[in-house]
Design a binder for this molecule. Structure first.
Ligand code: GLC
Length: 539
């Protein structure tokens, strides 16, 4: 599984000719990406070559080939990432969550988490090593096919695991897969995001390799349809958003993200669009495509209208009347203006905006969540104007949203009485720690991808510089604590794989922005633009 190793014996010319020989398959180049800003920043020209990428592994050999000196952290990161590989019958199938020998409690950090593997997978794809990603996609879809039960309750067929591990029996020489669908996870939380990440990753694999044969297999087609059946099924819903319990995604503890969390809605939207591009046009596939088109249409309208918050919108909500009945209601969810938290009035800049954390009857969770907003940009759930506004907000509120260690998972933290009620007195999620306003290095790759998509690579560069000042020295922590993310997290694991992979992906994206195509979707012109609520109440 070693990458093509560049050595000083391979001349730069050889690398270039290899590069030219290799057809670059299907990678879309971002139109909005501003190449000039890269040269202005002194970042060298993007090159799409596996040889170029392999410089990451052998930094010493690169000096003779390019004036650009790879950061010494890159080689360390690749070594650490490779140490986290997990094998099934000799084949790599994933990476463990953390390779932290110092930690007393392993809990489930020795498992391959679906969400955690995504940045690892992207790093391997960008490095020209797609096999591990293919193995992972096939292994997890096999796991989906098992019967899943929690106590006496049978889970939906399409449910994907949160994580799995491989048990090696050295005597019998057998490998066994043990999966967790939430039945062992702390709090028995349901990993709603796993299926969406799986679909998004299948598209990334297909885009990056140009190999459609994996997505076309009956296993992958069926796996996709099962995931889609779960999230497109009809129920009692009055909204197109997906109703979830607390702890259903990266924030996998009680944190008041139940209802319609932005993270899930953004992943749902992106997964639906990704599936559209991979479903076969056979009878079953077409039936799902029709349902997807309808859902996307309703979902984008709902999200762009009701989850979007900027200065104007905040002012409108502040002046809302309540108890309105019928279709003419302006305050459709009957949000009481007194429930708007004080902090948001100071936080909201004149320039900028974001998708808020949650919207449901009489409830708007005004917290900022980084993952949901970045994925909204990548999947084009956000319109180009909204995407630009999200980036404006990040710039305007840098201290709060990035601080000293990129990137804050959410802002602000909840504390005191609210913390007691909302988290159930969770000692791991005290204010400005872990999921409650902690800073997660893994989110760097998402921020970088969003920056590149919106043509703001300078922002990513600034965030990466912050990371490079500390991450390796601190031993690749899982998260940082404190209002500005200055302290290594109270219970943070070291050598957390997605912190390592997130850094690698961010670096590779900035170095070669054409990689963006595998995790970004262009705006869908079929989806009608939203008519601003302030002006039209009838649609
Ligand atoms: C924690 C995180 C979760 C992650 C897991 C493994 O539970 O909250 O998002 O997947 O650790 O790293």
């Amino acid at each position: 599984m070693e990458a093509v190793n560049s050595s000083s014996s391979i001349s730069e010319l050889d690398d270039i000719s290899r590069l030219l020989d290799r057809p670059r398959l299907n990678i879309e180049r971002k139109r909005s990406f501003d190449e000039r800003s890269f040269s202005e920043m002194g970042i060298f020209e993007p090159v799409n070559s596996p040889g170029d990428r392999s410089r990451c592994e052998t930094p010493a050999s690169s000096s003779s080939r390019n004036s650009f000196e790879p950061h010494p952290m890159l080689a360390e990161a690749w070594d650490a990432l490779r140490r986290s590989l997990v094998y099934f019958r000799g084949q790599p199938v994933g990476t463990i969550a953390a390779y932290d020998h110092a930690s007393e409690e392993v809990l489930n950090y020795d498992q391959v988490f679906v969400r955690d593997f995504v940045p690892s997978a992207l790093a391997f794809l960008m490095n020209g090593e797609p096999d591990i990603v293919k193995n992972f996609l096939l292994k997890t879809i096999q796991i989906q096919g098992r019967e899943k039960k929690i106590d006496r309750f049978k889970l939906g067929e399409g449910a994907m695991p949160a994580s799995f591990k491989i048990l090696h029996d050295p005597i019998k020489k057998t490998d066994t897969v043990i999966a967790d669908f939430g039945e062992s996870a702390i709090g028995r939380v349901a990993p709603v995001d796993s299926g969406f990440w799986w679909i998004i990753l299948l598209r990334a694999y297909t885009k990056s390799t140009g190999d459609t044969s994996l997505a076309d297999t009956s296993e992958c087609q069926k796996g996709m349809r099962l995931i889609l059946s779960l999230c497109l099924s009809e129920g009692f819903d009055t909204f197109p958003t997906l109703l979830c319990a607390d702890g259903c995604s990266m924030v996998d503890r009680r944190m008041g993200v139940y209802g319609y969390p932005i993270e899930i809605q953004a992943l749902f939207f992106m997964a639906l669009r990704s599936a559209m591009s991979m479903l076969k046009h056979d009878t079953e596939g077409k039936e799902f495509m029709e349902r997807i088109v309808k859902r996307l249409h309703a979902l984008s309208f709902h999200m762009r209208s009701y989850f979007w918050l900027d200065f104007q919108q905040l002012n409108d909500i502040y002046r809302y009347k309540t108890e309105e009945y019928s279709h003419t209601a302006v305050n459709k969810f009957n949000v009481i203006p007194d429930s708007i938290p004080e902090w948001v009035f100071d936080f909201m800049p004149l320039r900028g905006g974001y998708f808020i954390g949650n919207v449901s009857p009489a409830r708007m969770d005004f917290r900022w969540f980084a993952l949901g907003n970045c994925v909204a940009i990548l999947g084009s759930l956000a319109t180009p104007e909204q995407s630009a506004a999200i980036m404006d907000l990040i710039e305007e509120r840098w201290e709060e949203l990035v601080g000293e260690m990129p990137v804050k998972i959410c802002h602000p933290a909840i504390e005191s009485h609210e913390w007691r009620i909302v988290t159930g007195c969770d000692p791991k999620n005290t204010r400005w720690s872990y999921h409650n306003g902690g800073s997660w290095p893994v989110l760097l790759w998402l921020l970088t991808a969003a920056c590149i998509k919106t043509g703001r690579p300078q922002i990513a560069k600034r965030a990466i510089d912050l990371t490079e000042a500390r991450l390796l020295k601190d031993g690749w922590p899982e998260y940082y604590d404190g209002r500005s993310g200055r302290f290594i997290g109270k219970q943070a694991r070291k050598f957390q794989t997605w912190s390592i992979a997130g850094y690698l992906v961010a670096k590779m994206l900035l170095e070669d922005p054409s990689h963006l195509g595998m995790i970004s979707l262009e705006e869908d012109k079929q989806i009608k633009p939203v008519i601003k609520r302030s002006y039209s109440w009838t649609c």
